[in-house]
Design a protein around this ligand. Sequence first.
Ligand code: MSP
Length: 508
Amino acid sequence: MSKFYITTPIYYVNASPHIGHAYTSIICDCMARFKRLGGEQVYYLTGTDEHGEKVNQAAKASGEDVSGFVDRVVGNFKKLWKDLDVSYDFFIRTTQNEHKEVVRKVITLLHSKGDIYKAKYQGFYCMPCESFWTPTQVKDAGGVCALCKREVEKIEEENYFFKLSKYEGWLKSYLKKNPSFIQPKTRYNEVKGFLDNNVLADLCISRPKSRVSWGVEFPLDASYVVYVWFDALINYISAVGYGSDDDKFKQWWPADLHLIGKDILRHHAIFWPVMLHALGVSLPRVIFAHGWWKVEEEKMSKSKGNIVNPYTLIKDVGTDALRYFLLREISPGADGNFSYKAVVNRINSDLANDLGNLVYRTLNMAQKYFDGKVTARKCSLPAQFKKTLAPLAQNYAKYMDSLNFPAALDLVFAFVRVMNKYIEDTKPWALWKEKETSRIEEFLYALLEGIRIVSVYLYPFMPAAAQAILRQLGLKEELLSLRECKWAQKETYSIKKEKPLFPRIDVD
Ligand code: MSP
């Protein structure tokens, strides 16, 4: 059985999660569930990034002690993942001793290899991004943070540095030889362009305790803590046993997919590969950077006050519909503009009109005409089904593997619409009047088979709805496997109709 190790970034716990964070975790969940459907052994890692100045200040502002504060916010993240059906296998917290131990081991090892040294840092720091910027980068950005365009703090302090510069040549040639390492292509080009136009400076990896005290104590010098990004990146290996459980590490590493937002590309595509290479550890297979959800063309963030609250949305439209919207509306490489109108349109057209209606009408007929028991008398695949099912079966996995969720869903919904049209064209109510019972049973059986197949394909996107469909068809969850997406797998259906899956939402 092949394995699939997938990770989300670990989230800062300075505030509760918003829809942007939910998006990252939902993409990963969709991938994790898709891989499980294909029979792969999946390890889905998520967690929280709990150190650093930003979290410390948020704790202070709330008047709580830092560890009480982070525990509380971590609780909010865990609750949201539960409410969104995010099926992670492990939740790592950077404040856990096991993780801190590995961070210290990594630094000690890199130091023993001669890759860490002490020197004076002169430059700028952006606290909201927890990032160092050189004077040139700040100047080029117009005197602000090159990423979030907020004010930066000028700092001059003795610090420890990691020799990134030593590995610049290696990184460039690695990227050249591995063009699919960073995806989508635009992000790969961005990193390559950055490396072509800049000389890699060594990375500052400590902060003096006199300025930042909330962090992993620096192993070589107790008057420092580890720079929060250096600490955070290590979670991807500490969570799977690096330095503590060799068998586990061998089982899962390298990660098959690090999914991140495009704002943290530099950290993942430059710092992280070099850290791993310097440690003598192999690199993750793919780093995929998704776009941002914006509100009126601005990235969502707490300080801008334009947060879309995922809890409100779950309450208003439900978990599955929210997941579906986020995954259907944009391709993960692109940016999306969030609007409630778009959410409602998407739900009403695809979920209420097309999918919900198909399931409801079909189950209704099965109930009405056959008391819920439909048996395969003759089970030939209608020609129009074949025409849409074949490309679906052929391309679904390919689109899913490349995270092209809208394309995969387009194929699924093309089949849903074909089934709806099949109902209209066949006019079963007229056949019923003419007592064409076996013709109707054949027709209904075809629809039930089609709906069963659709529910498997939709499972990664809307796990609860897919399970509800199977339940109503009288089937068990074991059928949730891509192997089951073949025609005529069931002899008999025993329908147990429930309330409509996706009621229409009133635009007002
Ligand atoms: N703690 C770091 C990651 C360390 S990983 C070793 C961090 N945390 S974060 O909480 O600020 O962001 C986590 C993820 O949420 C990032 O991938 C980020 O891109 C994503 N999003 C935050 N706001 C977002 C949007 N408005 N839209 C889409 N995703 C966004 O960075």
